[in-house]
Design a protein around this ligand. Structure first.
Ligand code: ZN
Length: 312
């Protein structure tokens, strides 16, 4: 399962929040992945497409939470090109009209015809902005594998929908660009901090953790690369020493448990485990209260002695 699908699966199972957010999330989903068909008699039929069953289930839950349905939505499973499945959820004309009205997405223009427009009332509250972002990501979003790059994208049918999303992103402090792609418009948010913030905002807490882990791995690799490029010997020795420290701290942790250590040593040990790539100076600065490099060396030696006593 790709990282993007995992995030969607996590989001799809989140509990529904307040009524205001149900409206915002559903509005974003309709805006991002709906097809509106005009039938005779000015009838409108709304269909929603998705690649995953989890997302379809979420739409159904939101739809039911938004109000009583006139008819049961029809679920059609279509086989798409390249062997990928596509689900199509089709609402009755009555339900389509009710839903679009409630969302403020159907507005009469001067000539007596109704126009499909962006959902209203989603910008006012923070909870609803987050729900809107979640809905739009579930509907038409994609996340790159964080081991390769940090990028979130949404593919919309047209520029107006893309600009709408960029505005909501701007409200929560995320910078996005809008470009053209495949006859539609693509919204892009890039950078590790921005993508992590986006995941937090939309409620994908587990995915944030797994992304932060791979970021930590990357920064370790980064340190190793820097070692090659600039101060090879020095940093190489530093990383080697750090690895050795991690090893004896882990052996202490297994043999007697870190919480049995004197408090200063315990703090030192836990900090080294959480920052395997930091220099001794950096570790010292992170301690509470801060300790000099020689103070850190002193504690490391004490930890090492204890580990050796345990082993011998
Ligand atoms: Zn809300």
């Amino acid at each position: 399962m790709s990282f993007s699908s995992r995030v969607k699966a996590e989001l799809a199972t989140l509990p529904l929040s307040g009524r205001c957010c149900v409206t915002a999330e559903l509005g974003a989903m309709i805006f991002g992945a709906s097809v509106m068909t005009l039938m005779g008699n000015r009838q409108i039929r709304l269909s929603f497409r998705a690649q995953s069953a989890a997302v379809v289930k979420r739409v159904l839950r939101l739809f039911n939470a938004a109000g009583p349905a006139a008819a049961r939505p029809r679920l059609l499973l279509r086989e798409q090109v390249a062997g990928r499945r596509q689900y199509l959820l089709q609402l009755s004309p009555e339900d389509s009209r009710r839903l679009l009205r409630e969302q403020g997405m159907l507005r009469a223009d001067g000539g007596g015809t109704e126009r499909f427009s962006a959902p209203r009332r989603v910008m006012r509250r923070n909870c609803c902005r987050r729900a809107y972002l979640r809905g739009s990501f579930l509907a038409c979003g994609y996340l790159s594998d964080p081991r390769r790059r940090y990028r979130a994208e949404w593919l919309y049918q047209d520029q107006a929908r893309a600009l709408r999303l960029r505005r909501v992103l701007g409200h929560v402090g995320l910078l996005a660009t809008v470009g053209a792609r495949r006859g539609g418009a693509v919204v892009t948010v890039s950078g590790g901090d921005q993508v992590a913030e986006l995941l937090k905002l939309i409620g994908a807490s587990l995915s944030v953790l797994s992304m932060e882990n791979s970021r930590a791995e990357k920064s370790l690799t980064g340190s190793a690369n820097r070692a090659v490029n600039c101060d090879q010997a020095n940093l190489g020795r530093q990383l080697e020493a750090a690895q050795a420290q991690v090893a004896f701290i882990e052996s202490l942790s297994r043999s007697r448990g870190l919480s049995s250590l004197p408090r200063a040593l315990e703090a030192m040990a836990r900090l080294r485990l959480s920052r395997p790539d930091a220099s001794l100076e950096e570790l010292g600065a992170l301690l509470e209260p801060p300790v000099s490099k020689s103070g850190v060396q002193h504690r490391m030696r004490a930890l090492k002695r204890l580990a050796e006593e345990q082993d011998g």
